[in-house]
Structures are given as C-alpha cells and as structure tokens.
Design a protein. Sequence first.
Length: 331
Amino acid sequence: MKPKLRWGILGCAGIAKRAVIPGLQQSRLNEVVAIASRDEAKASQTAEELQIPTAYGCYEDLLSDSSIDAIYIPLPNHLHKEWSIRAAEAGKHILCEKPLALTEAEAAEMADAAAIANVVLAEAFMYRYHPRYDLIKKMINDGSIGEIRGIRSAFTFNSSADHGNVRFRKDWGGGSIYDVGCYPINAARILLDQEPEAVTVQAFFSPEHDGVDMMASGLLEFPGDVSLTFDCGMWAAYRNPLEIVGTEGLIEVPYAYSLPEDGANFFITTGEGRKKIEVPYANAYSEQGDHLAESILNNKPLQYSTEDAIHNMRVIEACLQSAHQRKRIVL
C-alpha cells in the first residue's frame, strides 16, 4: 500500500471546508488527519462534519503534532507569512492559499524560511493542476492557433452585501486584485512563459468596504507586444472566462478558474471552424494535492516553484501600486 501525505488544516475557512479538504480526501496520495481553529468548538464541529480524526483548539498544537507531514493554510492574507514561516520552522511542508503573501518581499522571506527548513512551500492555485491546462499549453506550443497576439480574462463575483467578509478588510489584504485578479495574472504568465514588463490598472475603491478595490481593470504588457487585459471584482456578476487570441485561431475557456461539475470543456476556433474540446472530469483540488504528494513523497520536481509565486506577487504588488497611483508601473 502506497504511503500517503498526512495533512493538518490551519483554520476552518470556507474554501477549506467546501473544496480543499474534500479534494484531499478524494485524492490518491493524501489524507487529512487534523484541523485546528482558535475556537476549539469550531474545530471539533468541522472535524466531525468532515470526518477528520483530530481537532485542536490552537494552531501551535497542530504544528507540534509529529504525525502531520504537511500544513494547508487558508487563513486571511495578512496571516500567510507568519504561519507559513512557523510551519516551516516546525518542519512541515506548506500549501498556502493564494495570494502567497501581501508583497514580493514577504513571499521571498517565506521562501527563504522553507529553503532553510528543507520543506516544500507551494501556492494554492488549484486551477492550473487541472489536466486541461496541459492540453491548452500543448495546443499553444504546437502552433494550433498560430502566434499569440493577446489574452483576455476576468474573474468576478458579487459578495458586496457580506460586510463582515475578511476580503473587505484593507489591513488584512482584502480586495479583488488579491482575491481573484491574481488568477488571470497567474494564467497569463503560465501560458506565455514570460513575465510582464509593465502594468496599468484602474480600480474602484469602495468606501462601503473599508476602501478595498471592489472592481479593477488592468493591462499587463509582456515581451513581444503581447498583452493581458483583465478585470476582477467582488461587486459584479459572476464570471471567469479566458480567451487566448492567436494569429490563426482562438481558444475560449468559459470557466477558467472556478468551474461547475461539467464546466471543464473549452473551445478552439481555427480555419476548420469552432470545435468543442471535451475534457474528462477531474477535481483540481485532488490533482493539486496529488502533485504535491508526488513531490514530497517521491522527490518529483514541482511544476510550479516558489520562485513562480514570488514573481506573481511582484506583479500583483505592481497592479495595486498602479491602481492607487493611477499610473503605468514598469517592472
């Protein structure tokens, strides 16, 4: 019987309960053995609901549990750095929710701590582990749509009425660029295998929501005069499309990041017409967990390094700077 990676969950956030924990439990190489909350009753209730063997009433107790190999951190953004470093110092591998940190400097500090402790630090962009992205990359690299001329994407939803939401706390790293704008930024960097040279972003900072950006629109300039145009928001209709425009064709992904049960299919348009690409069902959270487990248990290289997360934070930080200063930022 193959060994499994044993996970501890640092917090009872909705994304953990709704998606990440079930994904790990349904995966091949992972098991969730413990969960912690600063509220012991909440930890116990969540453990019972999700059939997790052990519940802790503080994060420190979970980190000191020698039966745990890896920690998943779904805490608010401003706590990512502290608890990732503390997990690394406890000798635990780390999967930290996106965005990895609040700044590039914080991300680099987290990466240094993981390197010193000889543990894996990974950013939880689950969408990119779905097998359809390997297929999309292959189509691009095979020249199926010619040379890429531009990428368009969006990720928006409306939770504006939930005024207690941690995403609406400015000092906690709230706002739509941190929460969902990070996805189009990450996707464009992956698909182009390049880093942007400059960014320009316009944003709506809402006085009703602690001044965080509730909507933002941006332009990322990549080498070769290729650009990503994107928008993101937490006070807009739900959508998350991705469109890759080439000289000879077009790839359209209706649900690029968050997808319904049957939403993994996408479309390619070439001189032969528009074709639907059928993609078998896969749980991106399970795929993410298994990829990390393969790396940790079997020493397989990570597909996305910690350096990638640092670079992503550099771009996010520049986007926020551009939005606040209302000017183009050269990277």
